[in-house]
Design a protein around this ligand. Structure first.
Ligand SMILES: C[S@@+](CC[C@H](N)C(=O)[O-])C[C@H]1O[C@@H](n2cnc3c(N)ncnc32)[C@H](O)[C@@H]1O
Length: 306
């Protein structure tokens, strides 16, 4: 087992309905939990492209998925749909899944800097070998207002301004380089009586930095914009999100595409009006599932797209 429990697995399978011989995309392979269930359903006549931007996750998933030779692992951002379609031999997808965010396997690896539980450099890049800006560099270089906006927008952090001020004061004296250093700094900037009851006081700031470092919303927006063109007629797309900004992007994109806005042609129809959320039991058993929201849409049969 990969140590990561797939979120909303049954609900996702019901909506995506993978059938024998179909071509599928898992854009966020992670530990391969959803992918294994899809691979089993499409069977050896089917084909599953499994993408992840994090090479270490593909290594783990490779082990989990080796029983399915009709799975192809691809190191790519899920927004690069042209590359992923090429990996499927140019065929359109009968189904595509995104399960956003990070896997508990990434969170639990202290060296990645995603978690405040153990001391580690503040990196947070999904693909540390691929260049890009680290969380420590953002904390070093961004202006106070930029930091406050980032914590507010991507973390929905009420104390964003106080935290940004504390970061700027601290970095005048010493660089903020470690996860635990940042976690202490954030905790001390939030009045103790306002500390959240169910999460660590630094959770929102860590989430905000991760979203900024990996440009998560830009990738999601690009995927949502392009996916209708890469689905076969009747092809399904499902997205599991964990954050209101992500969910809003998904909801708006599906609604627009269903109304035919922008394209001049209705391309998708919504399969979920309201997001599907975990059962009480799943939320109890898997804390990561608590904020999950699943939405799905289907390409109309006669859609006028390539
Ligand atoms: C929540 S995990 C997926 C877990 C997976 N569904 C499972 O059952 O094991 C999200 C994964 O998506 C990857 N990821 C996030 N954003 C990505 C992007 N823009 N492109 C490619 N992979 C991405 C992360 O590296 C992570 O491995």
């Amino acid at each position: 087992m990969s140590g990561h429990t797939p979120v909303l697995l049954q609900e996702t399978l019901e909506l995506l309905a993978p059938a024998p011989g179909e071509v599928f995309l898992d854009g966020t392979t992670g530990g391969g939990g959803h992918a294994a269930a899809i691979a089993a359903r499409i069977g050896p006549r089917g084909f599953l492209v499994c993408a992840d931007a994090d090479p270490s996750m593909l290594e783990i998933a490779g082990g989990e998925l080796k029983a399915f030779p009709w799975v192809l692992l691809v190191h790519a951002d899920f927004a690069d749909l042209d590359i992923l379609r090429e990996a499927a031999g140019g065929r359109a997808f009968d189904g595509a899944l995104l399960d956003l965010g990070i896997s508990s396997l990434q969170l639990d690896d202290p060296a990645r800097g995603f978690s405040f539980r153990e001391e580690a450099p503040l990196d947070m890049r999904r693909d540390p070998g691929g260049g890009g800006t680290t969380a420590a560099e953002i904390l070093r270089d961004a202006r106070e207002k930029e930091l406050a906006d980032l914590f507010y927008r991507f973390g929905e952090e009420r104390f964003s301004r106080r935290i940004a001020r504390a970061v700027v004061e601290r970095r005048k004296r010493e660089p903020i380089r470690t996860t635990t250093g940042l976690a202490e700094l954030v905790s001390s900037a939030i009045p103790r009586r306002a500390w959240p009851r169910d999460i660590h006081p630094a959770t929102r700031v860590f989430q905000a930095l991760r979203i900024a470092v990996n440009r998560e919303l830009a990738s999601l927006a690009a995927f949502l914009d392009a996916i209708p063109r890469h689905l076969s007629p009747g092809g399904r797309v499902a997205v599991i999100s964990f954050h209101s900004l992500e969910d809003r992007l998904v909801k708006t994109a599906f609604r627009r595409q269903a109304a035919g806005e922008g394209e001049g042609e209705a391309t998708l129809e919504r399969m979920t009006r309201k997001p599907v959320v975990p059962s009480e039991r799943e939320a109890r058993e898997n804390p990561r599932a608590r904020s999950a929201k699943l939405r799905a849409a289907r390409r109309r049969d006669g859609g006028e797209i390539a």
